[in-house]
Write a protein that binds this ligand. Structure first.
Ligand code: HEC
Ligand code: HEC
Length: 226
């Protein structure tokens, strides 16, 4: 990312500055070439990581077309960064979010990379459009999403993910337009308490009250939201 390169360059410049200010004789040619010639190979930019590593499954701009791979375009930066960290095993502890595929992906990423990737996907536009087949299912999901289900004490999804599904940064992810299959899979994982990134078990509590049909309906509706 340009911003990061700039920051690194500024930092390098700031370190060179005081020395060259004192030793005036070789000040002129010293600073510019030093940084590039002696520094280790420049780390991959966020665009290179996204296009080279992540694109195969999420597309270069984060608009995954594979139903089990989440769309990342337009997601909140902080949320993406947190999920990437939660896929990573730290020391002896197993990752909070269990996905062998994603854990392999984040193994070599630094915290800086994860922040840069969050910012990168957050500014991508959503282009994927989806048509859910079953109108009745979508309609039932819509009612549940916006109003919850009083008798089963299911809260409205809209109360945390917003009426348009745009979420509320940093903790509540955007979910509008997400693939129904991916959403359904995540609801199952929350339900079985197999997604530990949900720090206060908020989603788990919501999910234990939902039946399979409600999960499918709300997933279908979410995929149609814009
Ligand atoms: C081989 C396919 C594959 C590759 C390559 C891949 N991912 Fe993923 N990604 C997935 C799958 C599958 C999931 C869903 C994991 C789960 O919850 O079980 C996922 C989930 C995610 C999530 C969580 C999104 C959410 O809404 O919670 C993020 C963020 C993410 N990937 C970012 C990346 C980044 C960044 C890269 C590149 C460094 C990458 N992925 C490379 C398959 C892939
Ligand atoms: C009280 C607040 C709250 C309510 C109500 C709520 N959610 Fe969530 N939801 C969260 C939080 C917090 C997370 C992020 C968990 C994490 O970091 O792993 C989340 C995550 C999710 C995700 C994962 C998104 C992704 O990209 O992986 C889905 C899907 C989701 N919620 C769907 C729903 C649905 C459907 C409903 C209504 C039935 C609902 N939520 C109600 C707080 C809430």
């Amino acid at each position: 990312m340009k911003m990061i390169k700039m920051t690194i360059m500024l930092a390098a410049f700031a370190m060179v500055m005081p020395i060259s200010a004192e030793t005036t004789e070789d000040a002129a040619p010293a600073d510019a070439p030093v940084a590039s010639a002696d520094a280790p190979a420049a780390p991959a930019t966020v665009e290179e990581i996204a296009a080279g590593v992540c694109a195969g499954c999420h597309n270069a701009d984060g608009n995954s077309v594979i139903p089990m791979n989440p769309i990342l375009a337009g997601q909140h930066a902080e949320y993406i960064t947190k999920q990437l960290m939660d896929f990573k095993a730290t020391g002896d502890e197993s990752p909070k979010r269990n996905s062998p595929v994603m854990s392999a992906m984040v193994a070599t990423l630094s915290e800086e990379d994860m922040k840069a990737l969050g910012a990168y996907y957050a500014k991508q536009k959503t282009t994927t459009s989806q048509i859910a087949a079953d109108e009745k299912l979508v309609e039932a999901g819509k009612i549940l999403y916006h109003g919850g289900n009083l008798s089963d004490e299911i809260p409205a999804c809209a109360s945390c993910h917003g009426p348009t599904g745009a979420g509320i940064p940093p903790h509540y992810p955007a979910i509008a337009g997400q693939h129904a299959e991916y959403t359904m899979m995540q609801l199952e994982l929350f339900n079985k308490a197999e997604r530990g990134s949900d720090d206060n078990n908020v989603m788990q509590q919501v999910l234990t009250r939902m039946n399979p049909l409600e999960k499918r309906a709300v997933s279908a509706y979410i995929s149609t939201m814009r």
